[in-house]
Design a protein around this ligand. Structure first.
Ligand code: 4AD
Ligand code: MG
Length: 430
């Protein structure tokens, strides 16, 4: 019977055939161990010379890394195996022999691996990260669907720039200027006025000259937007969503988390509510910790975020940032002109900001004033302003960066490993 490694437990003690690649191999004079992978998982195939005979044994011993195979064998339960099963091989058919696969079991440098990303994805570690990424995406759709959100797809080609104009990728749209989207938020606000609660999931682009472990040029964002939701409720939804996603990964990706050596006890602590501190408190905290160069009005860098995050074992919200640090659309604090009703969610363990969100300005005049103060064109934003002319309501939303979230939950150091084909400063290949 044909099956997959993921479903192999259903055929215990039976003979099955799987299509697989040879991920690795060890052998002695009498026995060969084949590390097989088929995308659904990894399993060890055991070839015993005394059982299969000289020909099959020699063939198995000479198999090369990443050759594609049909492997037939009997499924055996094995407690020591990560998947719980092993395959006692009876027959191997080679579909394609791979010669000199470049990624060998020895150590390779990062640039070499990045140049071979199209092959590196096959490794056990990269496979585990992609499965966790997939689980986070699945859990995202589930969470928002269960909570009456509608999935809405904002455009990728846009004529305006919600997060500031300095980091835009410009292109031509026939005779007009266009930009690759840095955030779908403004369109999601329009959609929230039509559908109530909406979320998007799509690629966003930032021409940031940052070369850090947290920055990609092209990254994927989940952007929920909610009508009739104010500042506090926005934070509650965020902490519920993030907790839900972590729980789903703990439930459905234990093999992958173990492959990555992730400390599960750290993830088990991630439950709503999350701690909240104001920007003011964060500044005082940092000054007490000896960051004496930081003053009120400065933005936080990675070392600041990490110092704050280290103080907690859950993600922490930093709220009420100075107006001057944030985009034009954020609602001012009614009690204080100099800060806005926003929050960034900082992941534990130094993974940095995973969410940026806020309540949005719903007053027409105030929004118009801010657009002008930011020297943006009223004409470009006319449609956005019109949302405040016909049944304007308080509303809020946020954007979660998928890759930073995958990095944190997986425990991988750098976001380049959390997206299949990373776009980084100086890297567009493969
Ligand atoms: O904080 P940001 O810039 O917020 C917005 O774009 C809002 N318009 C979202 C909204 O309210 N709908 O970006 C949101 C998140 C960040 O918290 C971070 O996780 C991620 O997107 N992010 C990046 N991830 C990887 N590489 C980059 N260069 C990123 N820039 C932002
Ligand atoms: Mg931000």
């Amino acid at each position: 019977m044909k099956t997959t490694i993921g479903k192999i437990g259903k055929s215990k003690d039976q003979e099955v055939t799987i299509g697989a690649w040879l991920a690795g191999k060890r052998s002695s004079g009498k026995i060969a161990f084949l590390q097989l992978r088929d995308g659904t998982g990894f399993i060890q195939g055991v070839v015993v010379k005394a059982d299969v005979g000289e020909d099959v044994f020699q063939q198995a011993k000479s198999l090369t890394q990443e050759s594609s195979l049909y492997v037939t064998g009997i499924v055996r339960e094995d407690e020591r195996a990560p998947s719980g099963y092993e395959l006692t091989v009876t027959k191997v058919e080679v579909l394609h022999e791979a010669v000199d696969y470049p990624i060998t079991p020895k150590e390779h440098g990062t640039e070499f691996l990045m140049d071979h990303r199209h092959l590196w994805l096959r490794s056990k570690r990269q496979h585990a990260v992609m499965k966790i990424r997939n689980e986070i995406i699945q859990a995202t759709y589930q969470f928002f669907t269960e909570n009456d959100f509608v999935k809405i797809d904002p455009p990728i080609l846009t004529g305006s720039a919600p997060e500031g104009t300095s980091e835009l990728f410009a292109t031509k749209y026939f005779d007009e200027d266009a930009y690759l989207s840095q955030s779908g938020q403004l369109y999601m606000e329009a959609a929230a006025m039509a559908m109530g609660r909406v979320f998007s999931f799509g690629p966003t682009f930032r021409a940031e000259k940052s070369k850090t472990r947290r920055h990609l040029i092209e990254f994927w964002m989940i952007e929920p937007e909610m009508a009739f939701v104010e500042f506090n409720e926005n934070l509650e939804i965020q902490e519920q969503y993030v907790s839900y996603v972590v729980k789903a990964v703990l439930e459905n990706c234990v093999i992958e988390l173990n492959t990555l050596g992730r400390d599960l006890s750290k993830l088990e602590k991630i439950e709503a509510p999350f701690p909240r501190i104001t920007y003011d408190e964060a500044i005082s905290f940092l000054q007490e910790k000896g960051f004496d160069d930081i003053v009120w009005g400065d933005d936080f860098g990675s070392p600041h975020e990490t110092a704050i995050a280290e103080h907690y074992d859950k993600p922490v919200f930093i709220t009420h940032y100075p107006t001057s640090l944030k985009p034009f659309y954020m609602q001012p604090d009614p009690n204080r002109e100099d800060v806005v009703l926003c929050a960034d969610l900082i992941a534990p363990e130094g993974y940095g900001e995973i969410i940026g969100g806020s309540e949005r300005i719903h007053d027409f005049e105030l929004l118009k004033k801010n657009i002008q103060a930011h020297q943006l064109s009223l004409e470009d934003y006319q449609w956005y302003l019109e949302l405040r002319q016909y049944g304007s309501v308080p509303h809020s939303g946020f954007g979660l960066g998928l890759e930073r979230t995958v990095a944190w939950i997986s425990g991988v150091e750098h976001v380049r490993e959390t997206i299949p084909f990373p776009r980084l400063l100086n890297r567009l290949y493969p």
